[in-house]
Design a protein around this ligand. Structure first.
Ligand SMILES: C[S@@+](CC[C@H](N)C(=O)[O-])C[C@H]1O[C@@H](n2cnc3c(N)ncnc32)[C@H](O)[C@@H]1O
Length: 490
């Protein structure tokens, strides 16, 4: 199948997508969502809530106590001052003030990214040069095309089912799926079997995905309201869901998660003389400055008892010995569990591509606004938050959920794309393109599979393309009946 896809020239029929290589090289210099550093603050949690003010105490005990007021001062009255807090900042503050004190980093991350009213992803397009960051499908059409080759090969290994769910988690602008559908459109048996399911929490991005996939309504007898939505790129029916659980079970599934896991909320823990404490987020003491600060939990939290303990059981002792900080992502455990159960019972597989490590993650949470790293606590909702993916956690969660699945990888993105024939694809595209497209193809290729600065670059230094081929990793979870997925053979 791979040979026929690459050598038959069917993939080559698509024209090279035009992208401005200059804008991408600018954007990709160092801030392509893979953490460089993260800002870190910590302090002991000291606040104790007083149920009575000093004045109340004096009122009740005036006959027996004399109060020394020399150390007290009247707090400034800010009630008359206009608040410049955003809706999300107000919401976070009220969660902290009225919901039982400092919140976990995971709760903060969840609210900042996906709060239904004001979360980072909810109301705008955050991708590309006008947005906050660029992802691989936006860099080059070859990325979605290669994922398409992987998908078709797995579908072959599954015995070419007449119907299967192709599920994408967090499709962004829908670019990966559009390139996958264009690249495979000549394989009618495959395209006829597709049932597309997009798992997306952002209504704005759902609309953008509809437009990228050229969706239209079609009359169908037997459907609930007599209509269904199909993509004009392949004729496949498309539906949207806010989480994976909403996608109906019962058909074999291929699940794609590109840069989805890194957006799932992580808990952060810090080693202290009194053991592992959870890092929490509190309102700054001088409340008028509207800021937030990190504090440490005074005692074990639910997350430390449940999730940290579980993650540490999966780690070798020597790995844990030198760690001062640990990040744990329970949502990644839950999601992988659900994926593995589905694949174990219905057949199929999942492909996860993201930045991460094949070890426990220490301290990777980062914030990016307009292509620059910023403080995690600065302007919540106006910057993307993401963390490195803990691939062993994904592996253990999948193996724990179903004995019918096997887990492969992680392998580097360059190895993954190389095994799928991206070098043949770029050569084929270069044969039939303009000079501008050729430059875009070469720099896009380097960004996907290269490592560090492009050695061939002759343009301005500040625009040097930066390769991410070893920073990004690929992992596959497949039903054991399917055998080893392509690219993951040893
Ligand atoms: C970093 S973007 C990646 C987009 C796309 N996969 C790409 O590579 O261009 C994360 C995507 O996941 C979506 N997302 C983030 N958290 C989500 C959640 N909890 N549930 C559903 N979608 C989510 C975002 O709206 C966005 O589409």
């Amino acid at each position: 199948m791979l040979r026929s896809l690459l050598s038959s020239g069917l993939l080559v029929n698509g024209v090279a997508r035009t992208t401005s290589s200059h804008s991408f090289s600018l954007l990709f210099n160092g801030v392509a969502r893979s953490p460089g550093h993260s800002l870190y603050f910590s302090s002991e949690s000291s606040s104790q809530s007083l149920s009575k003010s000093p004045d109340d105490v004096e009122q009740q005990n005036f006959t027996t106590l004399s109060i020394d007021r020399s150390g007290l001062h009247n707090p400034t009255d800010h009630s008359h001052m206009p608040s410049s807090d955003s809706e999300l900042v107000k919401h976070l503050k009220s969660l902290i003030k009225f919901g039982g004190g400092p919140i976990s980093v995971a709760k903060y991350m969840e609210e900042v990214l996906t709060n239904p009213n004001a979360g980072f992803y909810i109301n705008r397009d955050v991708f590309g040069s006008g947005g906050d960051f660029v992802t691989s499908p936006e860099v080059s059409q070859m990325f979605g095309e290669m994922v398409g080759v992987w998908t078709m090969c797995l579908w072959e290994q599954m015995g070419q089912p007449k119907k299967f769910n192709l599920i994408e988690l967090g499709p962004g602008r829908g670019t990966l799926l559009a390139d996958l559908l264009r690249g495979t459109s000549k394989f009618q048996k495959f395209t006829k079997s597709l049932r597309l399911h997009l798992v997306e929490c952002s209504p704005t991005l759902q609309k953008l995905q509809q437009s990228t996939l050229k969706c239209m309504d079609e009359d169908v007898a037997g459907c609930n309201d007599g209509k269904r939505t199909v993509s004009a790129l392949s004729g496949a029916p498309v539906s949207w869901h806010v989480d994976l659980e909403q996608v109906p079970l019962g058909l074999p599934s291929i699940i794609i998660a590109h840069e989805f896991y890194d957006a799932l909320p992580v808990h952060q823990f810090q080693k202290t003389p009194r053991g592992w404490c959870e890092k929490l987020i509190d309102v700054e003491e001088e409340e008028s400055t509207a800021g937030f600060r990190f504090v440490l939990s005074p005692q074990p939290t639910t997350a430390s008892v449940l999730h940290l303990v579980k993650r540490c059981k999966w780690a070798p002792k020597e790995e844990l010995a030198n760690l001062e900080h640990i990040e744990v992502c329970p949502k990644a455990m839950e999601l992988t569990h659900a994926m593995a159960k589905r694949i174990g019972s219905d057949g199929g597989g999942a492909l996860i591509i993201d930045y991460g490590h094949n070890r426990i993650i220490s301290d990777s949470l980062q914030a990016i606004r307009k292509h620059k790293f910023v403080n995690i606590l600065d302007g919540p909702g106006t910057a993307d938050l993401s963390a490195y993916v803990d691939f062993p956690l994904v592996r253990h969660s999948a193996e724990e959920a179903s004995e019918n699945v096997s887990v492969y990888g992680p392998i580097s993105q360059s190895k993954f794309l190389g095994a799928l024939g991206i070098n043949f694809r770029v050569e084929a595209l270069l044969e039939n393109c303009t000079d501008e497209q050729a430059e875009s193809l070469r720099t896009g290729y380097w960004r996907l599979v290269g490592d560090g600065e492009a050695p061939f670059w002759e343009g301005p230094f500040e625009l040097t393309p930066f390769g991410m081929g070893s920073r990004y990793q690929a992992m596959a979870i497949v039903n054991k009946k399917q055998g080893v997925p392509i690219s993951f053979e040893t």
